[in-house]
Design a binder for this molecule. Structure first.
Ligand SMILES: *[C@@H]1O[C@H](CO)[C@@H](O)[C@H](O)[C@H]1NC(C)=O
Ligand SMILES: *[C@@H]1O[C@H](CO)[C@@H](O)[C@H](O)[C@H]1NC(C)=O
Ligand SMILES: *[C@@H]1O[C@H](CO)[C@@H](O)[C@H](O)[C@H]1NC(C)=O
Ligand SMILES: *[C@@H]1O[C@H](CO)[C@@H](O)[C@H](O)[C@H]1NC(C)=O
Ligand SMILES: *[C@@H]1O[C@H](CO)[C@@H](O)[C@H](O)[C@H]1NC(C)=O
Ligand SMILES: *[C@@H]1O[C@H](CO)[C@@H](O)[C@H](O)[C@H]1NC(C)=O
Length: 550
């Protein structure tokens, strides 16, 4: 039986006194042998449609169980809603304007600065660092090597069945194989008889077995591929989501007040054979309603499939007696619009594509140390009827950014947190642009929370998105650097999201805030889904921080 939330909170206060002391000691000495291991799980394109984030439909019992022992951040945001820029940003702890990666086509070490990464930092601090699956985005943006050798102690692992992801492996109604968007498969029937995320879990478990007796702590990053498109997942997961139970997005229309520059035409799903056959008009669609339901069904089914992989991995961590000395960080690179605003992709500045799940399990800190013989993370079958809703162990409402992962993991591990970056910081290899979030774990470090004068600072999450033109066109989703003409800078506070789309010079990397192409303003309370742009009504901007005014 999972512990009740009360048990966890009590546990948290009980352990705090001793634990703070222990961490201070670890931070002072370099007692690397006592250091916590780190399991870093990053899921591709996962928005917080999870039970632990209040979703009533999606079955994610294993991630919910992790949350029940974790501190969960309700308002965590990615810095750019596309894979490579987001991953390079959080793995280096720098914003896209510092990594200068807004597309897929450059390697920051030669293009921007020789910035350290999270795994590199742990490697240099005595950890064995290992990568399984999609952690760095493959290709140029990680020098075709997942940033080896700098980031990893051993060569990164990629599942062999990854190469079939975009191949014709989806059995259609005609009995033939297609490259579809919706791709529920019989696993026994696909090439190699397996799927990438299953292979990654198996590899990660093998590495955990090897590390069990290691004298050195480990940093194991596991990157899951689903629910990224195509939705290629074991078909039995569809049964969890009967089509008649699938609702549409609450706001499936393109909002009338949306500036065209803010919209992205979701070109990538249109290239899949099953979507092509629908002959959907470009750029605004819409997708037929029954197909919308099917996309949502397959996304949710893919999430439950990933949940089972996370469950198997955590259950192995437990069986190997590693759960008491391994912290687990769980997140995603960005969200995905499942029909909200008439969009079916990431590639925007809305909450639905920038908001991500983020949670940290820290043994003895966010939960009591597991007792001998009691499993902390027993595998839960999502097909079993739901016994009990598991609440997060602890929750933080404050807005946080993925760029804060780096200093937070360093701090939680008791290592010296990299100093704040100067501006500019292209010449500085190790510094942080994000915040150290340790105060949320009740550290006594309250300076993080205030400005230079000790005033409380309003927490803000920044995101940005580039565009090649003011109106949606073929490359609006993913413009190449040289084609970027406009940058949408967006801030999210607890009360509102405010975005300005301004002229951008990709040769100089300069944004021109006097050249405003469009603006968006949405209030969280009255318009949580961001459908009613009130930017024009509020040109006075009396509620905005002075530094944001043109
Ligand atoms: C970049 O950083 C890596 C890792 O610290 C180091 O090995 C390499 O020499 C650096 N390269 C340059 C050009 O400074
Ligand atoms: C990128 O990879 C190439 C080919 O392996 C290598 O020669 C080059 O040194 C790498 N770049 C950096 C900055 O390490
Ligand atoms: C589908 O909805 C019906 C009616 O609300 C409910 O009884 C049933 O349990 C749902 N099925 C699933 C698999 O969630
Ligand atoms: C806001 O004002 C601009 C410039 O006058 C105009 O083009 C745009 O349509 C207006 N947007 C809304 C939502 O009224
Ligand atoms: C596709 O849609 C366009 C208009 O949206 C129409 O002119 C065309 O005939 C359609 N093609 C097919 C094959 O249905
Ligand atoms: C910035 O934009 C303004 C308004 O369009 C323009 O007058 C100015 O020349 C631009 N500045 C630069 C450096 O391009």
């Amino acid at each position: 039986m999972p512990p009740s939330p009360g048990w966890n909170l009590l546990g948290l206060s009980l352990v705090l006194a001793t634990f703070c002391g222990a961490l201070e000691t670890a931070a002072q000495g370099n007692a690397v042998t006592d250091a916590l291991n780190i399991l870093f799980i990053v899921v591709d394109d996962l928005r917080p449609t999870l039970g632990c984030y209040g979703d009533k439909l999606v079955r994610s019992p294993n991630i919910d169980q992790l949350a029940s022992h974790s501190l969960l951040f309700q308002n965590a945001f990615a810095q750019q809603a596309v894979c490579a820029p987001s991953r390079v940003s959080f793995l280096t702890g720098r914003r896209p304007d510092t990594t200068r990666l807004y597309d897929f086509n450059s390697y920051w070490r030669v293009h921007a600065g020789n910035f350290s990464t999270i795994p590199q930092f742990f490697k240099e601090n005595g950890y064995v660092t290992m990568s399984v699956g999609k952690v760095f985005h493959p290709g140029i943006s990680s020098n075709h090597s997942d940033d080896s050798p700098y980031s990893w102690s051993i060569p990164p692992y990629h599942p062999s069945s990854e190469k079939y992801e975009n191949a014709k492996t989806c059995r259609g109604k005609d009995g033939e194989l297609h490259a579809n968007l919706l791709c529920p498969v019989d696993v026994a029937d696909v090439p190699e008889g397996t799927l990438p995320d299953k292979q990654s879990t198996e590899q990660a478990i093998q590495l955990l077995e090897k590390m069990k007796t290691s004298a050195r702590p480990f940093f194991l990053a596991v990157g899951y591929h689903k629910p990224h498109i195509p939705f290629r997942y074991p078909k039995e997961f569809q049964k969890l989501y009967p089509l008649e139970n699938i609702s549409l997005a609450p706001d499936p229309q393109v909002p009338t007040g949306l500036p065209p520059v803010a919209y992205n035409p979701w070109m990538d799903i249109r290239q899949r054979e099953d979507v092509q056959a629908l002959n959907i008009s470009i750029p605004y669609g819409p997708i037929p309603v029954d197909f919308q339901r099917k996309i949502r069904q397959s996304y949710f089914a893919s999430v439950s499939y990933v949940d089972t992989q996370v469950g198997r991995l955590l259950s192995a961590l437990d069986s190997l007696q590693l759960a008491s000395r391994t912290m687990v960080a769980f997140t995603s690179d960005h969200g995905w619009s499942l029909g909200e605003h008439g969009e079916w992709a990431k590639y925007s500045n809305f909450d639905v594509t920038t908001r991500v799940p983020l949670m940290f399990y820290v043994p003895g800190r966010t939960a009591l140390l597991p007792q001998a013989g009691v499993k902390m993370f027993p595998y839960i079958d999502p097909f079993d009827s739901i016994s009990e809703l598991m609440e997060p162990g602890g929750q933080a409402e404050e807005l946080v950014e993925l760029v804060s992962l780096f200093p937070t993991l360093a701090g939680l591990a008791g290592l010296p947190v990299p100093p704040r970056c100067p501006i500019p910081s292209f010449h500085v290899e190790l510094c942080r642009e994000g915040q150290n979030l340790l105060k949320h774990f009740q550290f006594h470090d309250s300076k993080e929370n205030s400005d230079l004068h000790g005033n409380p600072r309003e927490s803000i999450a920044y995101s940005q998105y580039p565009r090649p033109a003011d109106s949606p066109q073929w490359d609006s989703d993913k413009p190449s650097l040289k084609d970027i003409k406009i940058m949408g800078y967006s801030i999210r506070t607890i009360d509102y999201r405010y975005t300005v789309w301004v002229g951008f010079n990709p040769e100089e990397f300069l944004a021109n805030f006097s050249d405003i192409h469009a603006g968006e303003l949405y209030f969280v309370d009255s318009d949580p889904l961001q459908d009613h742009n009130v930017y024009n009504d509020s040109q006075g901007g009396e509620f905005l921080p002075a530094w944001l005014l043109p």
